[in-house]
Design a protein around this ligand. Structure first.
Ligand code: ADP
Ligand code: MG
Length: 432
């Protein structure tokens, strides 16, 4: 009995280990949703393989273990393809061991796959409690089905009764624990994300006070240089220099105010239908002189999708991102702007081949006054970007590698379909 319990605990360890480690590991990295999905399915497959390799030692012919748990969870959370993949892994790996139980593996794996495929879409929309309950019921059901199959195929034996008493309660209870922990951990990660965001907003609400201070500095400097200009016998060279500095300081004050005002305005004021292609082209026109100055080549692949938002804010947002990209390439490079459709969202991807950012810099991006550009930067640009994208119900993902470049991906909800001419010139009608 103790032996059996030990084996069950070992199985449970293989299942719980990835449940704890992988989400935390992924949270710290900038991994796309698709890759996350693949990692979770693969970890379920590995847990299945470990469970089969170290079974609960009931009998020579039958291998009983908790593989059904990662199978259910992987399939229900991962969707149809994950279920089919896990089914192939289970049957394929179990076939290496042979024995009477193999036929039961095939039947129960197919049963689990069919049910997971049917339920997975609905499953991910359920509340945590409902998910836990459903997993518990499914696991109890599949456990019972397996025991009935053993009875039908091989008749009664001592072994059959041990299974009723041990396997039947342990599998659903382990499932309950696993699913509960998975959901609790996920909820924790969500709360942490929300806290970080709330903290950012908290700082921002204090900005109003500090902004006056930020603006006063360049104004005072500018005033000082103007006073110096009053001197009568000032050489022309000096005079020109003072004027240049005064203008620079005033520009700085203006940049801070513009960035802040865009940010501080709370709700969208004049929301309209915006054509992504037109807006991007307008911003590129504004930025072209700056790009030329740093020998930055601009490459585009645009499609005229529509989004909803305020024109000025949207332009400001694109401008801030592209300006950062150009500023990251002082010795030239490529600024690539690419628009495509991602499910019901529009993806605007702005990539540069510039200096990139370290992980610490990437984490601080969007924090007020975070800049690596000294007095030339305001450190408000990205904060404004986050705010604008949020107000347009969009999301933003940024990846960056030092000395390789940065990629900013903006996802915005698409509104209404429209016929368009693709950049290759072919007429297409979009249907979604
Ligand atoms: P600012 O541009 O005034 O410094 P931002 O909020 O626009 O303020 O950007 C903050 C910081 O983020 C920049 O100083 C820079 O270090 C970093 N950054 C933003 N975009 C990029 C980029 N495309 N490549 C490299 N670094 C970037
Ligand atoms: Mg900037």
């Amino acid at each position: 009995m103790i032996e059996i319990l030990k084996d069950f605990l070992l199985n449970l360890f293989f299942i719980l280990l990835p449940i704890f480690i992988i989400p935390l590991w992924m949270e710290e990295r900038n991994i796309s949703e698709k890759i996350k999905h693949h990692i979770l399915t693969t970890s379920a497959a590995i847990a299945i393989i470990f469970c089969i390799t170290f079974p609960v030692s009931f009998d020579e012919e039958y291998m009983f273990d908790l593989r059904q748990i990662p199978f259910w969870l992987g399939g229900l959370y991962g969707g149809p393809f994950a279920s089919i993949f896990l089914c192939i892994v289970t049957i394929g790996y179990r076939s290496l061991f042979g024995g009477k139980g193999f036929i039961i593996t095939i039947i129960s794996a197919i049963f689990q796959t069919v049910i997971s495929v049917l339920l997975s879409k609905k499953f991910i929309t359920l509340s945590s409690k409902q998910k836990i309950l459903l997993s518990f019921v499914l696991s109890a059901f599949s456990g019972m089905l397996m025991i009935i199959m053993v009875r039908l195929l091989y008749g009664f034996s001592d072994f059959f009764w041990t299974m009723w008493l041990v396997y039947l309660p342990i599998q659903p209870l382990s499932m309950l624990l696993t699913c509960y922990l998975r959901e609790a951990l996920q909820a924790n990660i969500e709360v942490r994300k929300r806290i970080i965001r709330a903290e950012k907003m908290e700082v921002v609400s204090h900005l109003a006070a500090s902004i006056s201070h930020e603006v006063r500095n360049p104004l005072t400097a500018s005033r000082g240089f103007m006073q110096l200009l009053e001197q009568h016998h000032l050489p022309l060279e000096k005079r020109k220099e003072y004027i240049r500095i005064a203008i620079e300081e005033l520009d700085r004050a203006e940049a801070i105010i513009t960035d802040y005002l865009t940010f501080a305005k709370p709700a969208p004021e004049c929301v309209e239908k915006l054509n992504v292609k037109t807006e991007i082209e307008r911003v590129i026109d504004i930025l072209r002189p700056l790009a030329n100055m740093s020998s930055v080549e601009i490459q585009t692949s645009l499609i005229p999708f529509n989004v909803k938002g305020e024109r000025e804010k949207f332009q400001q947002c694109l401008l801030n991102i592209m300006k950062n990209a150009i500023e990251a390439m002082p010795n030239g490079g490529l600024l690539d702007i690419y628009v495509s459709l991602n499910k019901n969202n529009i993806l605007i991807r702005i990539s540069d081949t510039g200096v990139g950012m370290t992980r610490e810099q990437l984490e601080r991006l969007g924090e007020p006054y975070f800049t690596t550009k000294g007095t030339k930067g305001t450190g408000l640009g990205m904060m404004v970007v986050y705010r604008i994208i949020e107000s347009m119900n969009g999301t933003i993902q940024i990846t960056s590698e030092v000395n390789k470049g940065t990629q900013v991906s903006i996802y915005l909800p698409l509104i209404q379909s429209l016929p368009y001419t693709s950049s290759t010139g072919k007429e297409k009608i979009l249907a979604y």
